[in-house]
Ligand binder design. Structure first.
Ligand code: ADP
Ligand code: MG
Length: 454
């Protein structure tokens, strides 16, 4: 392909994309990117950061490929690379992501560091001072503090339960950290149920059960995070049962976390389940709007940022699932504004949130896609000249919806469908009438509109 042709093609693809998104999004992800052809069917898109590369791959590859398809009539492979100064002169291998839709890899657990060789496995960030108390975790928090006052005496075991991302691990680590802070000589051992299981398997395999028992049975405080993991694993449960008894009898503190209360745990025998409930069980619920706001402000200030009330309210309003998601949304917004040197505005927060939450921005393209999916036709057929009845009907519905929801004129809509304005007028009028007469079509269209997730 000649370089003039390539550059015209890219300009026209970018023009098509620009019409489908807000100026803000286009400027941010596409205006500064650099495109080059590796061969006839492969385009390399260079962006300035790994964040941008992941973002484009996660959110815009489909649209980009579609635009190339519209202009060239064939599938184009798109390789998005991040070219930092280090990779500019060498290969792109570190920054290459292929154009298959990529899922963001889950955030890695924070690295666990031993505060000293006794506080094994504790994350120093998870202290009480960073744990925000609200109505939903007040009881669990009070229980945790009481445990710290007199480990092994007040509530043994202390069993914290609740669904994912609500702060169970944080609270359990806070107890360990606080006990160590008061008395650095305490032997605090903190592991996940999974690590405990692996250690038991390893000990059995290599005949190291004595070492294993030494590690656990000499603990002053034993934290097992996500005890549910050992369910149904007989040898591990057996080992845990004896460890529990030994520690309990010598008044050592045991702290367990789980996604279910003791009585609802499956795969444990009764003697273990009843032991779980001997001390205090406390649940953590979903944070209320107010708690979410307080957590956001605290997390932002930990990162040295002051969030305005309106941005805090917006994030807390939109993200209500759990604290981990709340943190994820905040991190994206902060990263987005930092990497692009944008000031932190409500508009920016809304844009990032809508992408974060996978909401659709209503554009001609998104309406065409949604109609094509719903009517079981291919987008390329919807935009083609073919007159098959099924296609023509879907095309007319798409035109009708574009007219109904977007402030575009008939000629403008015509352009988007490669038709003249009279065809669009005819289509819109026809579907308007049909919707009045035909309840099935009316319902189908209403359902489709409901699925646009705003
Ligand atoms: P769980 O173990 O229940 O799945 P985590 O303890 O790992 O949840 O919490 C997920 C994230 O949310 C962590 O980064 C944690 O610091 C944060 N978090 C949870 N609850 C709170 C809270 N009440 N105050 C501050 N941060 C919290
Ligand atoms: Mg956890």
């Amino acid at each position: 392909m000649s370089s003039t042709h390539a550059s015209e093609l890219v300009t026209s693809v970018l023009g098509g994309l620009k019409a489908q998104m807000t100026d803000f999004v286009f400027q941010n992800w596409f205006a500064r990117a650099d495109f080059s052809f590796v061969d006839e069917k492969t385009v390399k898109m260079r962006v300035g950061s790994k964040f941008a590369r992941d973002w484009v791959c996660d959110n815009y590859l489909g649209q980009l490929k579609n635009e190339f398809y519209k202009k060239t009539g064939c599938e184009t492979e798109i390789v998005v690379v991040c070219e930092t100064p280090a990779t500019k002169t060498g290969t792109d291998s570190t920054g290459v992501l292929l154009s298959h839709p990529q899922k963001t890899t889950p955030k890695k657990e924070a690295t666990f560091v031993a505060t000293n060789n006794l506080g094994l496995g504790l994350n120093p960030v998870y202290g009480f001072s960073h744990f925000i108390v609200g109505a939903e975790n007040r009881f669990a928090h009070a229980g945790a503090q009481a445990v710290c006052e007199a480990p092994g005496k007040n509530y043994n075991p202390f069993f914290v339960y609740g669904s994912v991302g609500l702060g169970k691990t944080h609270l359990a680590h806070a107890i360990g950290l606080s006990i160590l802070e008061k008395n650095p000589n305490k032997n605090v051992v903190c592991v996940t149920g999974e690590t405990f299981t692996n250690e038991v398997i390893h000990a059995i395999r290599f005949d190291k059960t004595t070492e294993l028992r030494k590690k656990y049975r000499f603990a002053d405080v034993l934290i097992i995070d996500d005890i549910g993991f050992i369910a149904g694993k007989e040898k591990t449960m057996e080992e845990f049962f004896h460890t529990f008894n030994a520690l309990f009898d010598s008044r050592k503190q045991i702290i367990l976390t789980s996604d279910k209360p003791p009585r609802e745990l499956e795969g444990f025998d009764e003697r273990l389940k009843s032991r779980f409930a001997w001390g205090l069980s406390a649940d953590i619920g979903k944070p209320s709007f107010e708690t979410r706001c307080a957590i956001l402000m605290h997390k932002a200030s930990q990162k040295g940022v002051t969030l305005s009330d309106e941005i805090t309210f917006e994030i807390a309003k939109q993200v209500s699932t759990n604290v981990r998601d709340l943190e994820g949304a905040l991190c994206r917004i902060l990263a987005f504004s930092k990497l692009n040197s944008f000031s932190l505005s409500l508009d920016l927060a809304k844009t990032v949130l809508s992408e974060f939450l996978g909401k659709t921005v209503l554009t001609v393209e998104s309406i065409q896609n949604s109609v094509a999916n719903n009517f079981g036709v291919e987008i390329r057929d919807l935009l083609s000249a073919r007159r098959l009845k099924k296609l023509a009907h879907a095309r007319q519905v798409a035109m009708y919806l574009v007219k109904k929801h977007l402030p575009l004129s008939y000629p403008e809509i015509g352009q988007k469908f490669s038709r003249d304005h009279a065809t669009v007028m005819h289509a819109v009028g026809k579907i308007e009438k049909l919707v009045e007469q035909n309840t099935t079509l009316k319902l189908q269209i209403e359902n489709l509109e409901k699925n646009w997730n705003f």
